[in-house]
Design a protein around this ligand. Structure first.
Ligand SMILES: C[S@@+](CC[C@H](N)C(=O)[O-])C[C@H]1O[C@@H](n2cnc3c(N)ncnc32)[C@H](O)[C@@H]1O
Length: 297
């Protein structure tokens, strides 16, 4: 699809370029913040799965205000390289690897974070069950890392896809946070199953010291918290009514752009270039080959 037709089909895409955001996802975090006031008093933040960096741009703008704390730090982690963003330390790393946690803690000088967010999405294989499983694992990895890095009372926001086992995840999160809400910003298309879990007030069980080790499976990591797929499935047979349903909240001003609508040419105007060209697009090697160059990696 051409740039200008995408500009009409998706006004958030257009608006992102006008306002200097690297991706339309910026509006999702802004609308979540409007609803839940996520950034008040926040100094240290981890942005997981952050490339190309529109959430980090929002965080940089919101946290590095005129009177920001001298302790303020933002760490952005992604498998892909990211172009620099003011006040943001970028790490090219895998969030599922325990070394990544060590590197984050080094940047924070051993202090814990107030806020962890993850907008992670793995590459899609097209095999539905496999994609759903990998996505669920990525959320659990983000949660694992969050439990190690968050201070008590901190918050966690992560993208989820409302699928078969979603209320299991709500129950799991209910063990760790005071409040768990499922939110759908207006910038997220209603045709998509995407939503965001907003978890407020991190409250790990007394005595539980989460520790990321390469030899521990996700299941073993969360064992003492009653969290894990196998554990939950067996629990469910017994404790069906203990399944929690998180309140579902739509957020974003009702007058804001409808992400499922197509707008007329007059409303859209001239097509704009992307704010930041992709650093490592999947088609890079193909272009290098076509030009007869040696592939860079
Ligand atoms: C939808 S994009 C994130 C967009 C970003 N929030 C923004 O506003 O620009 C999803 C990202 O998840 C990253 N990702 C997927 N699996 C990952 C992993 N295991 N570790 C780190 N990043 C990962 C992908 O590389 C991709 O850049």
């Amino acid at each position: 699809m051409g740039k200008s037709s995408k500009d009409k089909r998706d006004l958030y895409y257009r608006r992102a370029k006008e306002e200097g955001w690297r991706a339309r996802s910026a509006f999702k975090l802004l609308q979540l913040n409007e609803q839940f006031d996520l950034f008040s008093g926040v100094t240290r933040v981890v942005d997981l799965c952050a490339a190309p960096g529109s959430w980090s741009q929002v965080l940089s703008k919101e946290i590095f205000t005129k009177d920001h704390s001298p302790d303020a730090r933002i760490v952005a982690v992604d498998l892909q390289p990211m172009s620099p963003i003011d006040h943001v330390t970028t790490l090219q790393a895998d969030i599922t690897h325990p070394k990544t946690l060590e590197r984050i803690m080094e940047i924070f000088g051993g202090k814990k974070a107030d806020f962890v967010c993850s907008d992670g999405a793995p590459d899609v294989t097209g095999l539905h069950d496999l994609d759903e499983y990998i996505q669920a694992q990525l959320i659990l990895s983000a949660l694992q890392l969050a439990t190690c890095v968050l201070k008590e009372g901190g918050s966690f926001v992560a993208k989820i896809f409302r699928g078969r086992d979603i209320d299991l995840l709500y129950s799991q999160l209910g063990y760790l946070f005071d409040k768990v809400i499922c939110a759908k910003p207006r910038a997220s298309r209603s045709s998509s199953l995407e939503s965001f879990i907003v978890c407020i007030g991190y409250r790990p069980r007394a005595g539980w010291k989460p520790e990321l080790r390469p030899d521990l499976s996700t299941e073993e990591f969360f064992q003492d918290m009653g969290i894990g797929r196998a554990r939950l499935h067996s629990d469910l047979a017994v404790d069906d009514e203990e399944r929690k349903v998180a309140p579902f909240i739509a957020c974003g001003d009702l007058n804001s752009i409808d992400s499922d609508a197509t707008y007329s040419r007059g409303e859209v105007g001239r097509s704009l270039d992307p704010v930041q060209m992709p650093t490592a697009p999947p088609y890079k090697r193909a272009l290098e080959r076509k030009r007869g160059e040696q592939p860079s990696e």
